[in-house]
Design a protein around this ligand. Structure first.
Ligand code: C2E
Ligand code: MG
Ligand code: MG
Length: 728
């Protein structure tokens, strides 16, 4: 072995005593003691010291090295040479600097080894990585040596292995930056990233969107299948998210079932809406977790900088508000932030308060919508639909307040009231008309439900076969044993069961075979889609009907409004129809008037075909033409156009910029004009806002507005507000 001789007479050799004692030999007390003794009595102690050093080297705790004046290796501990995949002999004469690579120093300033060596500087515990074997790190110290004439003779130094420390430090920083379950960035990491992104983007006037995502019904999975299953599910969710978003660093798990995504340079709400829908669709596909199949959903809130906030706190808060709105709109949806959401969130809280006393104050009522046999137009039954008339706000849709009731624990009392009232009313109807009652999944999960149903039947005297309970597929998300037991108990009472809203959620035909349904209700969105060109919904409905017939179930198509839809439904052999084409929901009194004879038939009536979805609305917007800004009322908004009212006699072909507020501007051309009403066509189509409404794809950037206002008068004309046509 090539071992240099320690020569105690060289004064500079005694590095152990110099400076802070951190250099050569400074790491170990035995070496230091040995070195002192070398000075005192060279002959005996040199031998002793050599042995100690040899032991030390062999223990692997540290190693030594030396170079000549040209930086060529003259000594290196053999064990470390071997760790480098070489022998000490083979390394002799090699350039010391080339044995190492600098360690990624996480942004700290660090002098490089070649720099230090050429400067003949001393260095302490410089972290270095082996140039040959990728995963070894050392802290290397070195001292320059000079001869009596002050000429540089080379380096001597030591090193210690810091591989383990670095690994655990990396683990710790990984833990601090990444979610250990999913491997996604964690809350701390993503919020730092968002801070720096937004700060940089503000300088460059770029936009950045964020999405906040919350899983629907995840808690149910966790509670029924257990936490390990919940964890496994979250991992799969993370995998699906990554697949869609692509950029691993931009997806994070904030904790629990909440995720956040950063989307730099995206402000197009059409694209964002599509991405949010893709995410929701993907996450709503069934999962296989520990051998069980389970289904969850997701809701997404979107906020875009600089429009919806220019720092991360505002942006996240607003995305959160949008998420809250998306959930309030029925879950499984996305929503964009808009400033009215603050008011909407307030309203929702107020509604929840009012809902607590609504039953006691007699504000609830039931309406009944006929369900008609498609071939004969005979009414076979009705569906009971709860109506709430708020003392100040008037009628409020159950689509709005049922989810609030479910969340605020009020659904049980409300559901029981609906059930009892519907049974009482139906017991007095002539003939054997059935009544269908909606049962919330929360009611379905309550083991007391069969008792309540039995009691409602007994006290009203309604025969059980005239009561139909409508449940949605989400009941299958709970424990399958409990679900099966509930089905059995309800069927034991003799009531009928209908699967509601089929085609909206998870729509597994498997449920149909395993659960004792008497009827499948095909959701209106599914039926509507069927009349669109190229849609495969018709074929799917035909398959559902065939399966239902084989299983001796009835089918009902919901939400049929037009005659072309009715024609299609009849052609597809759907047995029953419920929709405005026959009748809107009516009060019990009105129903009694019609049903008197005991044989209630309705002639279908309605538009010949389903029109392009228009949103009935009454909304004030700005219409800008030349230097005039008119305030107009917008009605019948569709993606491609609208009606506006409020300006007299506008010539055809006039162009307006319609200002929907919050930077939403659309150029529109007048295509029809009569007195105070104009039909306008938009130059670019609007896009879905995720909640049945529309919004513009792009907004005018606050950067532009700020820039324009700086050169006021040039870019921003001064409008005169008027309601008389001022154009030429
Ligand atoms: P659902 O059970 O699917 O009820 C059918 C909904 O479609 C009703 O809305 C009905 O008015 C509407 N509809 C029927 N025909 C047409 C049509 O031709 N065109 C259109 N556009 N709509 C039509 P509604 O009354 O607003 O109820 C909404 C939902 O609220 C119901 O959907 C049901 O899920 C829930 N709901 C209503 N009453 C109750 C209740 O007493 N308990 C529970 N748990 N949920 C209820
Ligand atoms: Mg229903
Ligand atoms: Mg339905």
């Amino acid at each position: 072995m090539n071992r240099p001789v320690l020569r105690p007479e060289e004064p500079e050799n005694n590095a152990a005593t110099d400076g802070g004692g951190r250099g050569f030999l400074g790491k170990f007390g035995a070496g230091r003691a040995a070195a002192r003794r070398i000075e005192a009595a060279p002959s005996i102690h040199t031998k002793e010291a050599l042995l100690l050093l040899q032991n030390y080297e062999e223990s692997g705790q540290g190693w030594f090295w030396s170079t000549d004046a040209n930086g060529r290796l003259t000594y290196i501990t053999d064990t470390v040479a071997q760790q480098m995949g070489r022998s000490a002999a083979a390394l002799m004469g090699a350039s010391f600097a080339e044995l190492f690579l600098p360690v990624d120093s996480h942004g700290e300033r660090q002098r490089t080894l070649p720099f230090l060596l050429t400067r003949q500087s001393k260095f302490d515990e410089l972290p270095l990585r082996c140039a040959f074997e990728g995963d070894r790190w050392w802290a290397v110290s070195g001292r320059p040596h000079f001869d009596g004439g002050g000429r540089f003779t080379g380096y001597r130094g030591s090193g210690i292995d810091i591989t383990e420390q670095r690994r655990s430090a990396e683990d710790a920083s990984r833990l601090a930056m990444y979610d250990s379950l999913t491997g996604l960035a964690n809350r701390f990491n993503i919020s730092k990233k968002l801070d720096t992104t937004l700060a940089a983007f503000a300088q460059q006037q770029r936009s950045c969107a964020i999405m906040l995502l919350d899983l629907d019904r995840f808690k149910q999975v966790n509670d029924t299948l257990g936490h390990p299953a919940g964890d496994a599910l979250l991992k799969q969710v993370a995998g699906r998210l990554l697949k869609i978003v692509g950029d691993k660093e931009m997806v994070s798990r904030l904790g629990g079932d909440e995720f956040q995504i950063i989307l730099p340079d995206v402000e197009d709400r059409g694209k964002l809406g599509d991405l949010a829908s893709d995410i929701i669709n993907s996450l709503s596909q069934p999962y296989s977790v520990e051998g069980s199949r389970c289904i969850i959903g997701a809701s997404v809130g979107v906020a875009i900088s600089p429009f919806d906030g220019d720092n991360s706190d505002n942006l996240v808060r607003n995305a959160d508000l949008a998420l809250y709105a998306a959930k309030g709109n029925g879950r499984g949806r996305f929503a964009f932030y808009s400033s009215d959401l603050h008011q909407a969130a307030e309203d929702r809280r107020a509604l929840e308060e009012d809902l607590r006393d609504a039953l006691a104050r007699g504000e609830m009522a039931l309406a009944y919508q006929p369900i008609v046999k498609a071939k004969t137009n005979v009414v076979t039954g009705t569906e009971a639909l709860v109506r709430w008339t708020h003392p100040e706000r008037g009628p409020i849709s159950p689509a709005l307040f049922i989810p609030i009731a479910e969340e605020a624990n009020l659904i049980w009392a409300l559901g029981e009231w609906v059930l009892r009232k519907a049974c009482e009313d139906a017991a007095r109807w002539p003939g054997a008309m059935r009544v269908a009652v909606n049962v919330s999944p929360i009611q379905f999960a309550n083991p007391d439900l069969p008792k309540i149903v039995a009691s409602a039947l007994a006290s009203s005297g309604l025969p059980p076969e005239q009561l139909e309970l409508e449940i949605t597929e989400s009941v299958f998300l709970g424990d399958s044993k409990d679900t099966a037991a509930m089905f059995k108990a309800l069927k034991g009472l003799g009531v009928r069961l209908a699967l509601d809203d089929f085609g909206t959620g998870y729509s597994s035909l498997g449920y149909l075979q395993s659960a004792p349904f008497d009827k499948i209700k095909i959701d209106q969105s599914f039926v509507r889609g069927a009349t669109e060109p190229g849609s495969r919904n018709g074929a799917i409905i035909a398959a559902i009907v065939a399966l239902a017939e084989a299983l001796e179930m009835e089918t009902t198509a919901e939400g049929i409004e037009s005659l072309d839809q009715l024609g299609l439904i009849r052609k597809l052999n759907v047995s029953h129809v419920q929709g405005y084409v026959y009748s809107k929901p009516v009060s019990n009194d009105e129903l009694l008037g019609h049903a008197e004879t005991g044989n209630w038939m309705i002639e279908p009536a309605g538009p010949a075909r389903q029109r392009n979805d228009r949103f009935q609305m009454f909304r004030k917007v700005g219409a800008v033409h030349d230097n005039y800004r008119y305030t107009v009322v917008m009605r019948n908004l569709s993606a491609t156009g609208a009606f506006i009212e409020g300006i007299m006699n506008v010539p055809l072909g006039t162009q307006f910029v319609i200002d929907f507020g919050e930077g939403q501007l659309v150029t529109a051309t007048v295509r029809r004009s009569k007195n105070h009403q104009q039909g306008i066509e938009f130059e670019t189509s609007m896009v879905s806002d995720g909640n049945g409404g529309l919004c513009t794809r792009h907004r005018v950037s606050p950067y532009l507005i700020a820039a324009a206002s700086q050169q006021a008068g040039i870019a921003l004309p001064h409008f005169t507000t008027t309601s008389d046509w001022a154009g030429k």
